[in-house]
Design a binder for this molecule. Structure first.
Ligand code: ATP
Length: 232
């Protein structure tokens, strides 16, 4: 297992948001994390990243206990993050945003040339200031930035949010191709069907708990179960 989250409980001050969440991701696996607003999906990502550390339970990544590690240490071990606001430096060029994302981990490093192979439009955007990019272009930069950090696992928070349907599908196709490079992905999505189509397995959360987990294809095929869990 590349990631093992065991029975974590996470709080915002005295308000409990996670009530014993457990999930596992194997190397090269794409896993969807689904559920309604307020279910605790973002809080699960924040706990893994050390932004809102779990108060109990444990989180192991690539053999290390990271439950109480600082965010920069977790990043250095090889967990990449594509936040929902894409968190790009708006006044810097694409080239600069990508240059400052580079780091070495024990995982595979990526060259800019490989990024241009994945996102053909990126090469022509390098001198553009990021505030002038479209939503889809920004998402390309955000994903490229995560990959240039040499991750073994990438956490995606609503990667298709605000994107046109075709662009959203392209983004998810890119996410699902990460498994070819043995990179794992945990994908939080509102767009459950698109996420399931690109994932190996899925976890569904509700009110701070995991209420279902199984193969993504099974949840796609079982209309009754999917509608009862996800409403779509
Ligand atoms: P969404 O899709 O709306 O982002 P989510 O599944 O990601 O939902 P979380 O954002 O993880 O859910 O929220 C889980 C719970 O924690 C909710 O009850 C939410 O109100 C609460 N919460 C989230 N962030 C904070 C915060 N900064 N302070 C206090 N409570 C918070």
């Amino acid at each position: 297992m590349i990631l093992e989250v065991s029975d974590i409980k996470t709080f915002y001050n005295e308000t409990q948001a996670l009530f014993g969440v457990s999930l596992e991701i194997k190397q090269g696996e794409v896993v969807a994390l689904l559920g309604p607003n307020g279910a605790g999906k973002t809080t699960t990502l924040r706990s893994i990243l050390g932004l809102t550390p779990a108060r109990s339970g444990s989180i192991r990544f690539d053999g290390s206990d990271i439950t109480h590690s600082a965010t920069h240490e977790i990043s250095r071990l090889g967990i990449g993050w594509v936040p929902d606001d894409r968190r790009i430096f708006p006044t810097l060029t694409v080239a600069r945003n990508l240059a400052i994302a580079r780091k070495q981990t024990r995982f595979r490093t990526w060259s800019l040339k490989e990024m241009f192979g994945i996102f053909s439009a990126l090469e022509h955007l390098m001198d553009r200031e990021c505030e002038n990019l479209s939503g889809g272009e920004m998402q390309m930069v955000a994903i490229s930035r995560a990959l240039l950090g040499a991750p073994g696992l990438v956490l995606f928070d609503e990667p298709t949010q605000g994107l046109a349907p075709k662009v959203a599908q392209d983004v998810m196709a890119t996410v699902s191709r990460l498994r070819d490079a043995s990179i794992s992905a945990l994908v939080v999505e509102q767009n459950a069907v698109v996420a399931l189509q690109s994932s190996d397995r899925a976890y569904v959360m509700d009110r701070g708990r995991i209420v279902h987990h199984g193969l993504a294809c099974e949840l796609l095929a079982d209309d009754e179960l999917r509608v009862s869990l996800l409403g779509v």
